[in-house]
Each structure stands twice: as structure tokens, then as C-alpha cells.
Design a protein around this ligand. Structure first.
Ligand code: ATP
Length: 323
């Protein structure tokens, strides 16, 4: 899609959901955030955002649900609080477009409030789609810095692949990962988990442990080199030994119904199972594509909303443009 020529009538961009194959969380900072060392993996469960030029000023948002996990979309804000609307407004302001007119249409496949960065994927897709629709011509670095202002996980959804995220998760370094890794996701049948609530529970758990004499959580400085090596070589068995999520105990306390599902996935042959980010989606690592398909079928036959996926996959990319 070139920057010269007439502007398109609409642009569709696809962006990936993610899991954190490792998430180390530092102590609560005075600014209310936590430093993290996160290893992100972009997965083949993707969101689509179409940005269509509107004849009149204003940013509208609509959402269609469904997808292979049958994601319900009730409760997603459709006004200016939706991350796609915030992304479009941020780009318009940055580019000096005073009264942008755009209709943003989200096709949602990533569980909402599921710890898979679905809203972040939508924001990344909306940034790229509007950049192409409006021919604003921001380069990757400019888009990434706008993305970081929208949310810590948004730069990774632009980038995709696998990456280490430091800072609040937005300072990215690519983590080489050639071979696909196969996972089975299980979407929660209950409500999602609020990310701030899960971090708050972790802080409370740590405060109790410290009152009982435990040392404070260390500042995360780097990803585990064994994990990066397992990713680089695509060695699922080695990765299974080192995946970890500091938010998992807090997420499991808030959603205890996940505990037997984690046990079940492991019993049915997963190499390892983990809460994805702040949860409640679960991610089970499988040895290969065939094992993942079998695990998906076994979990489904027991009534779980399971889906086999793989990663790494590409970040936000245009998939259609209409003139
Ligand atoms: P986080 O990125 O904080 O880890 P998450 O991946 O668990 O979040 P999301 O689905 O990204 O969860 O969204 C969390 C909340 O953000 C939702 O409950 C919803 O109120 C709000 N939200 C705003 N825009 C969107 C969007 N486009 N899609 C989903 N949720 C959105």
C-alpha cells in the first residue's frame, strides 16, 4: 500500500494475540506500575480491525464476536474508551488531523480480559490501519512510540514474533524463535480478570509474605537465558521446564476454578500449562502440532473451550484495502 495516489476507502489490518511464556514482575513502584521482564510470543489467534473512511467527522467503533473460541463481546466499550478509538485519536493528534472521520470495525477472536492482549492487538491494528487510511506515513519507530503510550503490550502487537519486554513490557528486544511452538488455549467460561486486580492481589500476597519474613521480590532485569535458548531452538520440552508467570498465584486465587483445568491439561498430555498474562486464559504447551490437535480434541470432549494455535507469528499487517 503506497503513500502516493488517492487514499483508500478502507484498510483492514490483522494483529496477533499473545501469551507471556515468562513473566517476571518486580515490586510495586512509587508510580503505581511494576517493572517486568516479559517474554512475549505472538500467536496465530488474531484480531482484525477495519478502518473505513467516514464522510463526517467522528470516530465510531463496532465489534463482531465469534471466532473459533466463540468470544462474547458484550461489555466491550464502544465509545472513546475503546483502545481502537484511543489509537485513532492519538494518531490523528500526532499527525495534525483536526477532525478525523473513521469507522473502526473490530472482528474479535481473542478472549476479552483474558490476559492475551486482545485490546492491545486491536490498538496496534487500528494504528496501522489509520496510518494507511490517512496516508500519515509514520514509520515503524514512530508507530511504536505512539503504541507505548496506549498500553505496555501494544508495541509488541505491532512487532509480533517473540520478544523480551523490559520496563513495563514496552522496551522490546527481538527473541529469535524460528520453529513454531504448538499450544492449546483454554478460554475461561466465566468473566475475564481485570489486569489491575491481578497485580493488586500479587502485591497483597507479597506484602503478607514479607510480613512473615520473606525477602522482597527482586527487580526483573533480564529474561532467563535457558528460556531464550529453548525458544531459539524451538525445543518445546526444554521450554516446558522454564515457562513461568509471577501473576499465576494471584490469578488462580481470583479464579480458583482454573486450578483443576490446569491439572487436566497436564494429565491429558500437555508438556506444561500456564496462566496467560493476567489470565484467565490458560495456555498448554504441546510437543508438536499433532499432540496439540489431540489435546484440543480431548479438552473439548470434556467441555472446555479449547483451541490449538502456534507461534511465533507476524505482528500487525494489512490484509485488505478497498478504494
Ligand atoms: P491487558 O492488555 O490489560 O493484559 P487483557 O488482555 O487481559 O488486558 P483485553 O481484552 O485487552 O484484556 O481488555 C481489557 C479491558 O479493556 C476490557 O475488559 C475492556 O473493558 C477494555 N477494552 C477497551 N478496548 C478494548 C478492545 N478493543 N477489546 C477488548 N477490550 C477492550
Amino acid at each position: 500500500m503506497s503513500i502516493s495516489g488517492p487514499p483508500p476507502a478502507s484498510v483492514t489490518v490483522s494483529a496477533p494475540g499473545k501469551i507471556n511464556v515468562s513473566l517476571q514482575v518486580g515490586p510495586l513502584r512509587p508510580d503505581g506500575y511494576h517493572s517486568v521482564a516479559s517474554v512475549y510470543l505472538a500467536l496465530s489467534l488474531r484480531e482484525d480491525v477495519t478502518a473505513a473512511a467516514a464522510p463526517q467527522p467522528g470516530i465510531t467503533v463496532s465489534v463482531t464476536g465469534g471466532g473459533p473460541l466463540q468470544i462474547p463481546v458484550a461489555g466491550i466499550p464502544l465509545g472513546p474508551d475503546n483502545l481502537v478509538a484511543r489509537a485513532a485519536a492519538a494518531l490523528a493528534e500526532h499527525a495534525g488531523i483536526p477532525d478525523p472521520g473513521v469507522n473502526l470495525i473490530i472482528t474479535k477472536r481473542v478472549p476479552v480480559a483474558g490476559g492475551m492482549g486482545g485490546g492491545s492487538a486491536d490498538a496496534a491494528a487500528a494504528l496501522l490501519a489509520c496510518n494507511l487510511l490517512w496516508k500519515t506515513g509514520l514509520d515503524a519507530a514512530e508507530l511504536s512510540s505512539l503504541a507505548a503510550r496506549l498500553g505496555a503490550d501494544v508495541p509488541f502487537a505491532l512487532e509480533g514474533g517473540a520478544a523480551v519486554g523490559l520496563g513495563v513490557g514496552d522496551l522490546l528486544t527481538e527473541a529469535p524463535a524460528q520453529a513454531p511452538l504448538h499450544w492449546v488455549l483454554v478460554a475461561s467460561s466465566g468473566a475475564g480478570l481485570s489486569t489491575p486486580a491481578v497485580y493488586g492481589r500479587l502485591d497483597a500476597l507479597r506484602a503478607e509474605a514479607e510480613a512473615a519474613g520473606a525477602s522482597p521480590a527482586p527487580e526483573p532485569e533480564a529474561a532467563d537465558p535457558r528460556l531464550l535458548e529453548a525458544l531459539r531452538t524451538g525445543n518445546a520440552a526444554a521450554l516446558a521446564d522454564v515457562i513461568s508467570n509471577d501473576l499465576q498465584p494471584a490469578a488462580l486465587l481470583l479464579s480458583p476454578e482454573l486450578v483443576p483445568v490446569l491439572d487436566r491439561g497436564r494429565a491429558l498430555g500437555a508438556l506444561a500449562g500456564i496462566v496467560s498474562g493476567s489470565g484467565p486464559t490458560l495456555a498448554f504447551l504441546a510437543a508438536d502440532a499433532v499432540s496439540a490437535a489431540r489435546l484440543e480434541a480431548a479438552l473439548r470432549s470434556e467441555g472446555h473451550n479449547a483451541l490449538a494455535v502456534h507461534g511465533p507469528v507476524a505482528g500487525a499487517q494489512p490484509t485488505a484495502s478497498k478504494t
